[in-house]
Write a protein that binds this ligand. Structure first.
Ligand code: NAD
Length: 353
């Protein structure tokens, strides 16, 4: 049994990573601040689902809800630490208390458009927060980590598919610049302190528990409720959508890789191996939901990239990564989850629009 510290484990990707490692029998320390980017109640549901808790949860106010959540989930193999990665002292105290084998750093403020509106906040969480994690690792001798980067670092690269070495340093959003900074810090800390690093460039991740601000979840909810959906551009922008189960496999393979190798610094794409246009995506959702979409056509937004497409040659060679889930199958699984309110909680997830 290893002890893994996962930052952002209440979030979409983090809750799935915690779930996979917990099921394998490892000890999980989940550091999350329950940031306000979206409703904290969704994150409580993420955590309860990730540990297989079926009992209902009656929401009241955030502070009390988080207290009751901690009481319910904390145990010998799961520790929820409600802390802000901007606070270096609380990270130091935690690293002093625990013997951590590896870190999976997923906590961040994601979102290209929001980062343009709040650049200082994004820089503080995404870059300073990452530096704080690295400093705590250095200080307490933790030498293995896997960190979330993003396909956004490729900017408006026209050469597709994107290979890792194609990321020229021209990020077109604050978020992309933040992620590029994290990649650089990772290199520096491997060089100076021997912290073995895998930086993973995720390509538009979707699936069960997806963030409510991301297209597939937002579109599905709005189509389902007969509401207009914001449709940016002419529908020809293309994305490499990656199903959450494939991302979790890629992260699992990456942890194994840093554990088994020394003197490692690698940047690796994790994508879905196929691109889908915005119009095709809406059609897939309409078919699965059996309802038509009402489009509110809007111009492309600053920071939006035209297309993303991962070259997976390196991920395949280094990690044995192979995405298994087609977009059709992934959308089917997502909609099945979206329709189910199997835990009978007082706030059904379908009400979050
Ligand atoms: P998410 O918002 O669901 O999860 C991030 C978690 O980090 C949240 O639970 C949030 O509360 C936590 N957090 C935010 N600020 C914090 C702070 N200051 N201290 C402690 N915790 C804090 O997002 P996600 O989609 O699961 O993304 C996870 C990671 O993957 C992020 O680093 C994101 O940038 C990256 N990423 C995601 C995608 C995607 O398509 N979802 C694509 C590329 C990269």
């Amino acid at each position: 049994m290893s002890t893994y510290l996962i930052t952002g484990g209440a979030g979409f990707i983090g809750s799935h990573v915690c779930e996979a490692l917990y099921r394998e029998g490892h000890r999980i320390i989940n550091v999350d601040q329950f940031s306000d980017l979206y409703d904290y109640r969704l994150k409580i549901m993420n955590i309860l689902e990730s540990i297989g808790s079926k009992a209902s949860f009656d929401f009241t106010v955030k502070s009390k809800d988080l207290e009751r959540l901690s009481e319910r989930v904390n145990g010998s193999r799961y520790r929820l630490v409600i802390a802000d990665i901007r606070n270096a002292d609380s990270l130091s105290a935690l690293f002093q208390e625990e013997k951590i084998d590896a870190v999976v750093h997923l906590a961040a403020l994601p979102g290209v458009r929001a980062s343009i509106d709040q650049p200082q906040l994004f820089e503080a969480v995404n870059v300073q927060g990452t530096l704080n994690i690295l400093e705590a690792m250095r200080g307490f001798g933790v030498r293995k980590w896997v960190c979330a980067s993003s396909s956004s670092v490729y900017g408006n690269n026209r050469k597709v598919p994107f290979a890792e070495e194609d990321a020229v340093d021209r990020p077109i959003s604050v978020y992309a610049a933040n992620k590029k900074s994290c990649e650089l810090l990772g290199y520096t800390y491997r060089h100076l302190y021997g912290i073995d690093t895998l930086m993973l460039r995720f390509f538009t991740v979707y699936g069960e528990r997806q963030r409510p601000d991301l297209a597939i979840r937002k579109f599905a909810t709005r189509i389902d409720h007969g509401l207009e959906l914001p449709f940016f551009g002419d529908g020809c922008t293309r994305r490499d959508y990656t199903y959450i189960g494939d991302i979790v496999n890629g992260i699992r393979q990456s942890i194994r890789y840093v554990e088994e190798h020394a003197d490692v610094y690698e940047i690796v794409n994790l994508g879905g191996n196929r691109t889908v246009s915005l119009s095709e995506l809406v059609e897939l959702l309409e078919n699965e939901l059996g309802k038509p979409a009402i489009l509110n056509r809007l111009p492309l937004q600053p920071g939006d990239v035209h297309s993303t497409w991962a070259d997976l040659t390196k991920a395949q060679a280094l990690l044995g990564y192979e995405p298994q889930t087609s977009i059709e199958e992934g959308i089917r699984k997502f909609i099945a989850w979206y329709r189910s309110d199997e835990h009978g909680r007082t706030v059904g997830r379908r009400t979050f629009i």
